[in-house]
Design a protein around this ligand. Structure first.
Ligand code: FE
Ligand code: FE
Ligand code: MG
Length: 160
């Protein structure tokens, strides 16, 4: 841990780490939900939907990496076991038991909406307290907003 970095954030560091670990759990679950969804998906606009799901899976994995780096900078310990993903998650996990592209899109839209809410909470928590986490979370939030949009426009195209 960087002492100065930790000092700047002060007493709130632990609370921020706890919250970042919860979103780390979310990102891993989102990654897998996209990754496995892309493989089981069947039905309308399959090619396009699969390409989008795989792209988003890659983004969620990158978000997980960004969160881990920041947790370590703050002197925290990132979740070390997948068992903890379900204990800590805010947004949960939806198994793609219905493989239709439409059902999978709906499930992932729900996840993205939850992620947007969670990241907005962290922005409130870190504003004027921890500028580095604030900036990092803002950039992740931009991606999640784009994700929601992308999935919704695919769904809209299906309705045409
Ligand atoms: Fe993400
Ligand atoms: Fe996302
Ligand atoms: Mg996209």
């Amino acid at each position: 841990m960087g002492e100065k970095a930790r000092e700047i954030v002060g007493e709130k560091a632990e609370e921020i780490v706890e919250y970042l670990n919860k979103t780390l759990a979310d990102e891993w679950l989102a990654y897998y939900q996209y990754w496995i969804g892309a493989r089981v998906a069947r039905g309308r606009m399959r090619g396009q939907v699969v390409a989008e799901l795989l792209e988003h899976a890659g983004d969620e994995l990158r978000h997980a990496e960004m969160l881990v780096d920041r947790i370590i900078q703050l002197g925290g310990t990132p979740l070390l076991s997948p068992k903890e993903w379900f204990e800590k998650t805010n947004c949960g996990y939806e198994s793609p038991t219905d493989p239709s592209t439409e059902a999978i899109l709906r499930q992932n839209i729900k996840g993205e909406r939850c992620a947007i809410g969670t990241y907005r909470e962290i922005l409130k928590m870190t504003k004027d307290v921890d500028e580095v986490t604030y900036a990092l979370v803002l950039s992740i939030l931009k991606d999640e907003i784009e994700h929601e949009e992308d999935l919704q426009s695919l769904l809209d195209d299906m309705a045409r």
